[in-house]
Design a protein around this ligand. Structure first.
Ligand SMILES: [Zn+2]
Ligand SMILES: [Zn+2]
Length: 257
């Protein structure tokens, strides 16, 4: 089976030319939810079986609300939402709370609930659709993780939102064949203080983070660039010594045939 990542959103915001972060893996597994509803047709949305969340900020969970509403009567099983318990707790309390949006985990269609919350805490890893998925904490003002997704021939890392951090880079080092890194860079270098205070990276901070990645030829896919700083950040990323690109959304990246 191929390992394909479709970037539904690569930005830090919803704007006419981009959506916030979402990677769709092999059509069935989504990492975060930016663009997960607005960038997919109905049958494609119905095919999403699992959504893994890095953290509960709105740019990462917002379109999950609309996906669930779109597919609720069209699926044969619950849509599974995976994240550490501390992340799921926030999603339940502040989004699917019967106030802001219905609690779809309590609504049954036939024999199954519309969504099922699946905490990751007690697991060392997850096997979904033949992919091995592991996670590690990142540095952000709310509980957050990044994910390492692997199959027998390749792997990629998705950091979600993070400032300078350690565990997720150590996890990436455990991959046998790391083909790509999807990492955030939200602010330009002149706003480093703001980046550090809000748990984000600048191009200069990203250079430092990539030192922790060790040797290898993984392509650096830069995400979460705030639209207002796009040109400035793109210029400053020229300092990276590895192959890189800014993903905007719409790309299909085949990591392994
Ligand atoms: Zn965030
Ligand atoms: Zn974000």
């Amino acid at each position: 089976m191929a390992l394909q990542v479709r970037v539904l959103g690569g930005s830090a915001a919803a704007i006419s030319w981009a959506r916030s972060g979402c990677l769709l893996v092999n059509d069935h597994i989504a990492l975060d939810s930016g663009g997960l509803a607005s960038q997919l047709g109905l049958s494609e949305q119905v095919s999403v079986d699992h959504v893994l969340l890095t953290h509960a900020h709105l740019d990462h969970i917002g379109e999950l609300a609309f996906l669930v509403d779109n597919v609720m009567t069209a699926r044969a099983a619950a849509l599974k939402i995976w994240a550490p318990g501390a992340v799921l707790g926030r999603v339940r309390e502040h989004l699917f709370n019967d106030q802001l949006w219905p609690d779809f985990s309590q609504i049954r269609i036939g024999s199954h609930p519309v969504i099922e919350f699946c905490p990751l805490d007690s697991r060392a890893e997850l096997i979904l659709d033949g992919l091995r998925i592991r996670w590690a904490e990142t540095s952000h003002p709310v509980p957050s993780v990044g994910y390492l997704v692997e199959d027998a021939g390749g792997a990629f890392l998705y950091t979600g939102d993070t400032g300078p951090t350690e565990a997720v880079w150590a996890l990436a080092g455990e991959a046998a064949a790391l083909r790509a890194v999807f990492v955030e860079t939200a602010f330009p270098n002149r706003l480093q203080e703001l980046a550090l205070a809000s748990g984000h990276l600048t191009p200069a901070l990203l250079c430092g983070e990539l030192e922790k990645l060790g040797a290898g030829d993984a392509v650096i896919n830069v995400m979460h660039v705030k639209p207002v700083y796009y040109d400035e950040i793109a210029r400053e990323l020229q300092a990276l010594s590895r192959p890189w690109r800014i993903v905007a959304g719409g790309e299909k990246i085949l990591l392994r045939q």
